[in-house]
Design a protein around this ligand. Structure first.
Ligand SMILES: *Cc1c(COP(=O)(O)O)cnc(C)c1O
Length: 362
């Protein structure tokens, strides 16, 4: 029997989503972003499903080390680079590419005398105001980096888009223009686009693209689902009904008695909660699929359970299968009901949820 809460990962469909990246950016190399434990899908599972990625991107040094220890040979880019010298040692040992985004890093590089040991991506802050050098510092930083013997040539160049998921927002073109005009006279491969940049902004395609969310079959745009973009969702979250009981008018359900029963209700209890990564702030009415039929969430989400209204499903019984998101119920829709973005839902799946590769089920 399946555990109560489990995620089925259709890893075979990752190749399809990768192909969609190729079609959207046919002349770009692809850096597949698998940080955050592969957006909750499993770091190594995702790396294994993307053998043709020109590079993998992770956020932290630890994630890169895990990939190398698992035998991954592709280029690996650590998006946050390093902070301490110890982390730089790990980047050198495991041959991981580093983002260079701060003067602290530059100072550390300048103290090293070994030759051509590390590949770097120099990050420009074109308006995101997170990591990267300001436009007015960029040329000087580039010159200093050129003098660092430890750095392999050529130096690659990167920026990150802040608002590409809004196709109307003029910020994206402003950022692209800042990046390209600041780079006049500087050669080296360039990278701008995340998934929203790849699918929404032709001018953001450069030598490298950096798809994350679209590889998981999820849309970067709030107004569309991954399926509407021709992507195939990878993760489905399932559980089962564990109790069914009648609730009389006037009774309340769950913590704080926040849901008051207005008419006699057949209540169902499903074994999934925020302890599994189901969103605590999913609103009353959030759809849940039971035996393939939509029913509404009622009451508050607890750590291990949620409650649903089964009035429309008189035959539902304990043991029946439940889908929280997956086929017939897009994770994008659940994200809207929970006032969040689908990234947080898939990333938030906890250790307790058993991950099952759909290929094992065949
Ligand atoms: C996470 C991340 C990406 C991928 O973004 P998606 O929206 O998931 O495609 C690309 N580049 C950088 C720098 C990132 O941090």
């Amino acid at each position: 029997m399946n555990p109560a809460a489990y995620a089925i990962l259709n890893l075979e469909a990752v190749a399809h989503n990768f192909q969609k990246v190729r079609e959207a950016a046919p002349r770009s190399k692809i850096m597949a972003v698998i940080k955050g434990n592969g957006y909750g899908h499993g770091l190594l599972a995702m790396a294994g499903a993307l053998p043709h990625a020109d590079a993998f991107a992770v956020a932290r040094v630890d994630e890169g080390i895990r990939l190398r220890k698992a035998g991954i040979k592709n280029r690996i880019v650590v998006l946050e680079g390093f902070t301490a010298t110890q982390e730089l040692e790990a980047l050198l040992i495991y041959q991981l590419d580093a983002l260079v985004h701060s003067f602290t890093q530059l100072d550390i590089f300048e103290q090293r005398t070994e030759r051509a040991q590390i590949a770097v991506w120099l990050k420009m802050d074109t308006g995101m105001n997170r990591l990267g050098f300001k436009l007015h510092d960029f040329h000087a930083v580039y010159q200093r980096l050129q003098q660092c013997s430890i750095i392999k040539r050529p130096i690659r160049l990167m920026t990150h888009l802040a608002s590409a998921d809004d196709r109307q927002d003029p910020m994206t073109l402003v950022q692209i223009e800042r990046f390209n005009s600041t780079l006049q006279g500087i050669s080296g491969e360039r990278s701008i686009a995340n998934s929203a940049g790849i699918l929404g902004w032709q001018h953001a395609l450069a030598d490298w693209v950096r798809p994350g969310i679209m590889l998981y079959g999820i849309s970067p745009f709030p107004e569309q689902t991954g399926e509407q973009l021709g992507l195939k969702p990878i993760m489905a979250l399932h559980s089962r009904l564990i109790a069914v009981k009648p609730i009389a008018q006037g009774e309340t359900v769950g913590y704080a008695g926040s849901w008051v029963c207005e008419q006699a209700t057949r209540l169902g209890v499903v074994a999934i909660g925020y302890g599994d990564g189901y969103p605590r702030y999913a609103k009353v009415g959030t759809p849940v699929l039971i035996n393939g039929q939509r029913v509404p969430l009622i009451g508050r989400v607890s750590m291990d359970m949620i409650t649903v209204d089964l009035n429309s499903l008189p035959d539902a019984k304990p043991g029946d299968p439940v889908t929280l998101w997956g086929e017939g119920l897009a994770v994008e829709e659940i994200a809207q009901w929970a006032d969040t973005i689908p990234y947080t839902l898939v990333c938030g799946i906890t250790q307790r949820v058993r991950q099952i590769d759909s290929a094992w089920l065949k």
